[in-house]
Ligand binder design. Structure first.
Ligand SMILES: Cc1cc2nc3c(=O)[nH]c(=O)nc-3n(C[C@H](O)[C@H](O)[C@H](O)COP(=O)(O)OP(=O)(O)OC[C@H]3O[C@@H](n4cnc5c(N)ncnc54)[C@H](O)[C@@H]3O)c2cc1C
Ligand SMILES: *[C@@H]1O[C@H](CO)[C@@H](O)[C@H](O)[C@H]1NC(C)=O
Ligand SMILES: *[C@@H]1O[C@H](CO)[C@@H](O)[C@H](O)[C@H]1NC(C)=O
Ligand SMILES: *[C@@H]1O[C@H](CO)[C@@H](O)[C@H](O)[C@H]1NC(C)=O
Ligand SMILES: *[C@@H]1O[C@H](CO)[C@@H](O)[C@H](O)[C@H]1NC(C)=O
Ligand SMILES: *[C@@H]1O[C@H](CO)[C@@H](O)[C@H](O)[C@H]1NC(C)=O
Length: 482
């Protein structure tokens, strides 16, 4: 019994208006009042945070999720606007456009490169949607209406409160926010089944192996199985360099396996005995539980954690981090993998996540949606590094290592273009300065995120936003002027 929920997002509207030559704050105060529904005008002064406002630092920092962009030299918005009503969003766009001033839109602030709240084009303002987080779930019609600032955790929790047999296929981390997550695609551990929902039942398991224990065999077989096996099964691999527990002083690579199966444990064990014997899965390794328990388990809470935990937004918490992504279209050979392990050990600080595609992901034509990475992709790699020391020396160290491993991976991943996943924002793959070569600059990252759909997106852009008001470092450019 598969049921799915449809998510509707708060959309942004735009119109134009004229600019009065006041300071930014007074301009917005006046302009928002003029353009907001009378019933929503009373709160306008409470949604504007100029740099001089005592609350400005906490409003800014609460939704900074990458400590790289929480420094005194990080460019700061001149004003943060935190709408309480949809009409505030509309009037903010009108008022920003009337100046015009660069606007950045932040829902949860998890953008890996911070571009929802940082801009090199100054001055700029941030439209921050964290107050817009209402969710209504209509189980009768399989529909949920979700505002852009709601966390995935709140969505999962709300669905769970309405029904124990519904779910929604989105990301693993409950504090990530719907706005950015859905605008970049959004995937999770039900991606291979899609459409989703579960009677109850899900199995999960972690296995740790190292090279000495033939992790290579495991990864070779995983590549053959994971993208093609039963759609209800999602088997994720986590790979990272570790000190050997077997040979003292030696370095090795550890492979951990995390799995979601939308079915019972007996069925899973039988299935994998046949198709993935190298894993050696036994029934004791499985936990049969509800979907909501697994949502928590996947993000590292122990089984049995209360679903209310999903409502925690974890304000003002951030690591220093860098992420990159790749798609793999042909299985990597045993020799290739052995060579990669050596590079992983050499670079040392970077880990991989291998996410299998296939299933529903292979059925959708690549030109059906802006997201192009459907059929033909076996897996997506996420490169990840965290560090704890502030400052540019450490940052340079770790980001350089990430780029080095990414460069080593060139022969094994997609080519022409070398594809990337939009939600794994990576400014290394190209940025736009919106000068004369804006289109060519846009093509560089645009083809990687959108492949052949890029040109169509440029056409749409030229119709809906010919002035290029809505822009960021990696937005769709307008076509070149003839
Ligand atoms: C711990 C962790 C786990 C993750 N796991 C997954 C995962 O399992 N699957 C997955 O797909 N991704 C995953 N991601 C990536 C995540 O989906 C993206 O970082 C996403 O863009 C975050 O959305 P946000 O609203 O929190 O971020 P924001 O920084 O607020 O926004 C990201 C981008 O979207 C734009 N944007 C945000 N809201 C709007 C809006 N309402 N209208 C227009 N534009 C908007 C911003 O301007 C920015 O360009 C993960 C990230 C983290 C940190
Ligand atoms: C969210 O829901 C509450 C309660 O129903 C309501 O008072 C509030 O106005 C809603 N907020 C928005 C932004 O729609
Ligand atoms: C690893 O593979 C080698 C050769 O295929 C084999 O001899 C060895 O027993 C295997 N080790 C383990 C721990 O399975
Ligand atoms: C399954 O859950 C129980 C507790 O609910 C726990 O003791 C056991 O370790 C779990 N097994 C796995 C493989 O996670
Ligand atoms: C950002 O820096 C401030 C100090 O300037 C600190 O109080 C805050 O906790 C930091 N936030 C994050 C998310 O690292
Ligand atoms: C650079 O990274 C390595 C790990 O690869 C670490 O051992 C070293 O301490 C880091 N140096 C700095 C300055 O951060």
């Amino acid at each position: 019994m598969a049921k799915s929920l449809i998510i509707l997002l708060l959309l942004l509207l735009h119109v134009s208006a004229s600019f009065a030559d006041f300071s930014l704050y007074s301009h917005f105060l006046k302009c928002l009042t003029k353009h907001t529904n009378p019933s929503d005008q009373a709160t306008i002064s409470t949604i504007l945070f100029a740099q001089s406002n005592v609350w400005y630092p906490s409003v800014l920092q609460n939704y900074i999720r990458n400590a790289r962009f929480n420094t005194s030299s990080t460019p700061k918005p001149s004003l943060i606007i935190t709408p309480l009503h949809e009409s505030h969003v509309q009037s903010t766009i009108v008022c920003a456009k009337s100046i015009p001033i660069q606007i950045k839109i932040r829902s949860g602030g998890y953008d890996y490169e911070g571009i929802s709240y940082v801009s090199d084009l100054r001055p700029f303002v941030v439209l921050n949607l964290f107050n817009l987080r209402n969710i209504t779930v209509d189980i009768q019609n399989d529909v949920a209406v979700v505002q852009a600032g709601a966390t995935l955790g709140k969505l999962y929790n709300q669905i769970w409160k309405s029904s124990k047999i519904h779910g929604f296929p989105a990301g693993v981390c409950p504090t990530v926010v719907v706005g950015g997550h859905l605008s970049g695609g959004g995937y999770g551990n039900m991606l291979r089944q899609y459409g989703l929902s579960v009677d109850n039942v899900i199995d999960a398991r972690i296995v740790d192996r190292t090279l000495e224990q033939n992790a290579t065999d495991l990864v070779v077989q995983w590549q053959e199985v994971a993208p093609h096996v039963d759609d209800r099964l999602f088997i994720r691999l986590l790979l990272r360099p570790v000190d050997s527990k077997i040979v003292k002083g030696q370095k090795t690579v550890r492979v951990s396996v995390v799995t979601l199966f939308l079915g019972g444990a007996d069925e899973l064990v039988t299935l994998l005995e046949k198709q993935f014997p190298t894993l050696g899965l036994k029934k004791e390794n499985c936990n049969e539980t509800t979907w909501i328990d697994l949502v928590l388990w996947w993000t590292n809470y122990p089984l049995g954690t209360k679903p209310e935990t999903l409502l925690d937004r974890n304000l003002n918490s951030a690591d220093f981090l860098k992420r990159k992504s790749d798609y793999v279209q042909n299985p990597i050979s045993r020799d290739g993998l052995e060579w990669i392990w050596k590079r992983v050990i050499e670079v040392w600080s970077i880990g991989f996540v291998f996410n299998p595609y296939g299933g529903r992901m292979s059925e959708i034509p690549s030109d059906a949606t802006p997201f192009p990475h459907w059929a033909g992709n076996l897996l997506k790699i996420q490169y990840s590094v965290h560090w704890e020391v502030p400052g540019s020396v450490a940052e340079k160290n770790y980001t350089t290592q990430a780029r080095r491993l990414y460069s080593y991976m060139t022969p094994f991943v997609s080519k022409n273009p070398r594809s990337s996943f939009l939600n794994y924002r990576d400014l290394d793959i190209g940025i736009n300065t919106f000068g004369e070569n804006s289109y060519e600059e846009g093509e560089v990252y645009g083809l990687k995120y959108f492949n052949d759909n890029f040109e169509r997106l440029v056409k749409v852009k030229s119709e809906v936003d010919p002035e290029n008001f809505f822009r960021n470092e990696q937005s769709i450019p307008v076509p070149p002027k003839k």
